[in-house]
Design a protein around this ligand. Structure first.
Ligand SMILES: [Zn+2]
Length: 374
C-alpha cells in the first residue's frame, strides 16, 4: 500500500471510530435508567390481578356460603372485572398502568407470561427470575441452599462496581436470602425473621417488632416489616439495585384464607404508592428508575384448587409481568404477541441499564424486546 493510501485509510478509520463513539454515547445518553427495582409478590394469581375478587372463591370460603354480608365483599366486589381490580389495586391500575407502565399476562387479552421451569413452586420460580435459567432442573426443592447458578444481582453488582449495601434484597421468606446469590454475602440480604441494624431508633423498634408480632408461619414474617425495613434501607443507603420480595399472598392462600389474600394484595398496592411517591421525590431516582414486578408462580384456576400450586396444576405455570420504566414506551395491558417467558426477566433488567447478561449466563433467556420497541 502506498503511503498516501495508508494515510487515507488511517484517516477513514479515525473518522469511523469517532462516529461509532458518538453513536454509542448518544445511545447511552438516551437511556434514562440508572436504578433497578425488582418486586415479586408470591403466588399472586393473574385472576385477581386482572379481575379482582373472584366471587366463586369467596362463596366457597364463606362459612354460610353467603359472601354478600362479608367485609371482603363490601370492600372489593363490583360488577365488572375492571371495576373490581381497581378496587383491589387502585394505585397500580389508576396511576402506574394508566400513566407509567405496562403489564403482560392477561389471558383475556391473549397475552401470556409463563414459567419455563416445570415444578411450579417457589424456589424454582424465584431462581428462574433471578438467574434467567430454569431448564437445567438444578433446583428441585425449597431447601435453604445457595443458588447453584450465578444470579443477575451478582452480575449487576460486579458490572456496576457497587458496594454490597447498594445491591440489596429484602424478603418476607427466609429462603430468598440464599436464592439471590451463588456466593454468600455478595448481595446485602435481610430475609425471613432477621434483625436489621439501622441508626434510627424507630427502625430498630420495627426490626424488634417482627419477633413479637408473629405470622402463623415459621419462615415468613409480615410483609409490613419487610417493606418498612426495605424503605429504611432505600432512604439511607440508596441502593442502585433493590429486590423487594413480598410473600403473604402465598401463605394465606395455602391456609385457604381468601379474605386475607385479598387484604394482602390491597396492602401491596399501598406499598407501591408509598414507594413511588418517595422515588419521584428524589433526584437520584425520579424518572431514572425501572421497576419490574412479577410473581414466582400461578395457582389453580377454579374454586377447588385456587389455594394450591404444583406441577399437576396446569394454570400454575401462568404468571404476569408489570414494567414501569422511563425507557419503555408501553402503557397499559399488552394484547396478543409472543408469550413472555419468566427466564427473560434477568436479561431484561440488565438491558435497561445497558448491560448484556449473556456475558455471565449465556444460557439465560434473552431480553423481552417488545418493551424497548419505539
Ligand atoms: Zn411461591
Amino acid at each position: 500500500m502506498s503511503q498516501k493510501k495508508s494515510f487515507r485509510l488511517a484517516k477513514y478509520l479515525a473518522f469511523l471510530t469517532a462516529a461509532l463513539l458518538l453513536l454509542n454515547n448518544s445511545l447511552a445518553s438516551e437511556r434514562k435508567t440508572e436504578n433497578l427495582i425488582l418486586i415479586t409478590l408470591d403466588g399472586l394469581r393473574h385472576q385477581e390481578l386482572f379481575g379482582g375478587l373472584d366471587l366463586d372463591i369467596l362463596k366457597a370460603t364463606t362459612k354460610d356460603g353467603k359472601p354478600e354480608g362479608t367485609k371482603t365483599y363490601k370492600r372489593f366486589w363490583d360488577e365488572t372485572a375492571i371495576a373490581r381490580r381497581e378496587k383491589l389495586m387502585p394505585f397500580f391500575w389508576g396511576e402506574w398502568m394508566r400513566h407509567h407502565g405496562s403489564i403482560a399476562g392477561n389471558p383475556q387479552k391473549r397475552s401470556s407470561v409463563r414459567l419455563a421451569n416445570r415444578l411450579l413452586f417457589s424456589y424454582p420460580g424465584y431462581s428462574e427470575i433471578l438467574t434467567g435459567q430454569a431448564r437445567d432442573d438444578l433446583i428441585t426443592s425449597n431447601d435453604k441452599v445457595l443458588n447453584p447458578n450465578l444470579t443477575v444481582l451478582e452480575f449487576l453488582r460486579r458490572k456496576m462496581a457497587l458496594p454490597q449495601k447498594q445491591v440489596a434484597a429484602f424478603a418476607s421468606w427466609d429462603v430468598i436470602g440464599v436464592a439471590v446469590q451463588n456466593q454468600a454475602d455478595t448481595v446485602f440480604t435481610n430475609t425471613g425473621y432477621e434483625a436489621y441494624t439501622h441508626p434510627d431508633p424507630v427502625i430498630q423498634s420495627i426490626s424488634r417488632l417482627q419477633f413479637e408480632m408473629l405470622t402463623p408461619w415459621d419462615t415468613v414474617r409480615h410483609d409490613e416489616i419487610t417493606f418498612r425495613l426495605a424503605m429504611a434501607h432505600l432512604k439511607t443507603y440508596r441502593p442502585r439495585v433493590l429486590y423487594l420480595s413480598l410473600g403473604e399472598t402465598d401463605d394465606w392462600a395455602h391456609d385457604k384464607r381468601y379474605d386475607r389474600v385479598l387484604a394482602a394484595i390491597a396492602r401491596f398496592d399501598a406499598f407501591f404508592k408509598e414507594l413511588w411517591y418517595w422515588l419521584q421525590d428524589e433526584a437520584q431516582y425520579r424518572d431514572k428508575t425501572t421497576l419490574m414486578i412479577t410473581t414466582d408462580h400461578g395457582r389453580g384456576d377454579i374454586s377447588l384448587n385456587w389455594h394450591s400450586h404444583n406441577a399437576k396444576i396446569k394454570d400454575a405455570k401462568n404468571t404476569w409481568l408489570a414494567v414501569i420504566s422511563p425507557d419503555s414506551p408501553l402503557r397499559g395491558e399488552w394484547e396478543g404477541g409472543k408469550p413472555v417467558v419468566m427466564d427473560q426477566i434477568a436479561a431484561t433488567l440488565c438491558r435497561f441499564v445497558g448491560l448484556d447478561y449473556s456475558e455471565q449466563s449465556p444460557n439465560a433467556g434473552k431480553p423481552i424486546t417488545r418493551l424497548f420497541d419505539k
